[in-house]
Design a protein around this ligand. Structure first.
Ligand code: NAD
Length: 436
């Protein structure tokens, strides 16, 4: 069996100094640094390079909302369509106080590369509303969602731009979005969004898809490194949709999940947690606060634990130049989007840590979103088994495609996945030409 640690260890990051000098706070710069590196290795034509560095369109809308108090509040909504050369744009919508245009642009670009890396016929987009959803009532949340949808309606549609849930949005929000769009066009269009409730055309297996994809990518990485799955020590940061499901599925494969954590802090147990038990605690109490099984640890200490697999599944920018040299995992499986800064990439490479990059590791979610869109458009619904089998085929093949490229070019998995996806997008641009 191929020993991947040799080529990985041998990587001397040629852009180390440039990556280390980048701002660690700006996700668009972090995305561009990786893009530039892959573009250089691909020898991308200068014209195409310019085209792919820019989003096609960014729409910013004001969202006036009548609050429960009777006062009018105005929120800001953003939708960025990064690239649609391979198909309709695809990307989630997040509601968060800290959303910025640069963050939305970076996430839209990542969606473009993510869809291309798993070779599904979508482009990339992302949206956000600057608001604190925790302070909004259900009625206010619905009015924000419907007015935002009306504001960006010209970009939306099953053939143009298909949203999905992201941070602080869920099936409920997607149902309002789908209804608002359908009211505008005069008939029910369930393929305008994915991540809907199953009762209105959502796909079976979608809720578990991202965590399942992380489990499959981790399984492939362990095999490549010659490490057994049984007993592999796993540390998971974030215990929401992605983290808790990945943890549960990895445990089902024989791994030992030795640390879990969420926004309230972490828990460590050398002998491993019963994940179903921890999930029940979160269902009852909302968070892992008060779990009191094992030893309480901070989120910072959790990331630096000695383990086989570290699965960051919470936020961006948690592995940075400040802590990368203390990461002791053999594999980092990026469940979250952008958990590692560009500067940290170089440091993880030097340590020979095998990183499964976000655009590959967490692509299970968008893959089953694609299945949902296909099912909505054909009006024929698949069993959960069919969904999971097709997801596994795509995740495993994509992992192997990236791995092969990484060996061929002696680059890490992140650069290889950018090379694979940028090349796929560039090929379509070349075939289509520039409309004048
Ligand atoms: P979620 O809201 O269900 O869970 C987020 C988890 O992170 C929660 O347990 C929360 O407590 C924890 N968290 C928040 N702040 C934290 C902090 N400071 N320290 C430690 N933990 C913290 O979200 P999710 O859907 O699981 O998404 C997690 C990440 O995965 C995000 O980056 C998201 O963009 C990415 N992602 C999600 C999907 C999907 O299908 N849900 C798909 C692709 C990527």
């Amino acid at each position: 069996m191929a020993d991947l640690r040799l080529p990985t260890n041998a990587i001397v990051h040629p852009d180390k100094d440039r990556f280390l000098s980048l701002s660690e706070a700006n996700p668009f710069e972090a995305m561009m640094a990786r893009f530039d590196r892959a573009a250089e290795l691909l020898d991308l034509e200068p014209g195409l390079y310019k085209v792919l560095r820019n989003p096609e369109k960014t729409v910013i809308v004001s969202i006036p909302v009548m609050m429960d108090s009777g006062d009018v509040e105005v929120f800001t909504g953003i939708r960025c369509i990064y690239n649609t050369s391979r198909g309709p744009a695809k990307g989630g919508i997040r509601f968060d106080q800290h959303v910025t245009v640069d963050e939305v642009k970076a996430l839209a670009a990542w969606m473009t590369w993510k869809c291309a890396v798993v070779n599904i016929p979508f482009g990339g987009s992302k949206g956000g509303v600057i608001c604190d959803p925790l302070t909004l009532s259900m009625g206010e949340l619905e009015r924000v969602t419907r007015r935002y949808t009306a504001g960006i309606i010209a970009t939306l549609g099953p053939d143009s731009d298909v949203p999905a849930p992201d941070m602080n949005t869920n099936e409920r929000v997607m149902a309002w979005l789908m209804d608002t769009y359908s009211m505008h066009v005069g008939h029910t269009v369930n393929a305008v969004t994915t991540g809907k409730p199953v009762a209105m055309g959502g796909s079976l297996g979608r809720r578990e898809a991202t965590g399942r994809g992380c489990m499959l990518a981790t399984r492939e990485a362990l095999v490549q490194l010659g490490l057994p799955m049984k007993g592999a020590r796993v540390v998971v940061q974030g215990f929401g949709n992605v983290g808790s499901i990945a943890a549960e599925l990895l445990q089902a494969q024989g791994c030992r999940v030795i640390a879990i954590g969420d926004r309230t802090g972490g828990w460590y147990s050398k002998k491993g947690f019963d994940i179903a038990h921890a999930v029940r605690h979160v269902e009852q109490h909302g968070t892992l606060d008060g779990y009191n099984v094992g030893e309480a640890i901070t989120n910072e200490a959790l990331l630096e634990l000695e383990c086989d697999v570290l699965l960051p599944a919470a936020l961006e920018n948690v592995i940075t130049t400040k802590n990368a040299s203390r990461i002791q995992a053999k594999i980092v499986c990026e469940g979250a989007n952008g958990p590692t800064t560009a500067g940290a990439d170089a440091l993880l490479d030097e340590k020979g840590i095998f990183v499964i990059p976000d655009i590959l590791a967490n692509a299970g979610g968008v893959t089953v979103s694609y299945f949902e869109w296909v099912q909505n458009r054909s009006g024929y619904y698949w069993t959960e088994r069919m969904v999971n089998e097709r997801l596994e085929e795509i995740m495993v093949n994509s992992f192997r495609d990236v791995l092969q490229l990484s060996k061929q070019h002696k680059v890490n998995m992140r650069t290889a996945s950018y090379m694979l996806s940028i090349n796929r997008v560039a090929t379509v641009h070349k075939l289509r030409g520039i409309y004048a």
